[in-house]
Design a protein. Structure first.
Length: 183
């Protein structure tokens, strides 16, 4: 998809660098590095098809699986989130958190995160534009979900937002979006 390395920023304290894609044992991996500011990190989410691994280089990573207490990871330790397991992580320290990691198989993760980060950064409100979130989460629902968005919003507000947004032509910015993965 991109030339590597490629860095994206959320505008909310997360910087993610896609280092490279590679294939091992027939499975594609996306190697990444991230820098997360104190208190920052992605909300509760799930990758339905991808495994995620983060190895702490500097700082303290707090990781939490939905319904469980947070666990803390220190330099040299690895947090692993299996596909289908809802989770979140954040910088639990007072200095920037630096990690390396991977996601596999990659599928549309790189595109999805690039667009969500872009929308969040451009909106300046700490979250992506409503149409962008609705469109991307609907298009890639076989791969991702966000648990901090209320079910009513996802089932009622988002479909209306997508419909009206398409009437306004807002979907055109995603004309080159890759096809969703259906398993």
């Amino acid at each position: 998809m991109n030339n590597y390395p490629t860095t994206i920023e959320s505008g909310t304290g997360e910087q993610l660098t896609f280092v490279r894609r590679y294939v091992k044992d027939g499975i594609e991996y996306l190697e990444d590095e991230n820098v997360v500011q104190p208190g920052s990190g992605p909300p509760m989410h799930v990758h339905h098809l991808q495994d995620e691994s983060l190895t702490v280089l500097e700082g303290v990573l707090a990781g939490q699986v939905l319904g469980e207490e947070p666990k803390y990871f220190y330099p040299g330790e690895t947090a692993y989130f299996a596909r289908g397991v809802a989770h979140k992580f954040w910088n639990a320290g007072n200095t920037p958190l630096r990690c390396t990691g991977f996601v596999s198989p990659v599928y549309n993760l790189e595109y999805f995160l690039t667009e969500i980060y872009r929308s969040t950064r451009e909106g300046g409100k700490g979250r992506p534009a409503t149409f962008d979130a609705a469109f991307l989460l609907d298009r890639y629902k076989s791969e991702f979900d966000m648990f901090e968005i209320p079910a009513f919003v996802k089932k009622v507000i988002f479909p209306v937002t997508i419909f009206t947004g398409k009437l306004k032509g807002l979907h055109r910015k995603f004309k080159n979006a890759p096809k969703p993965v259906v398993k």
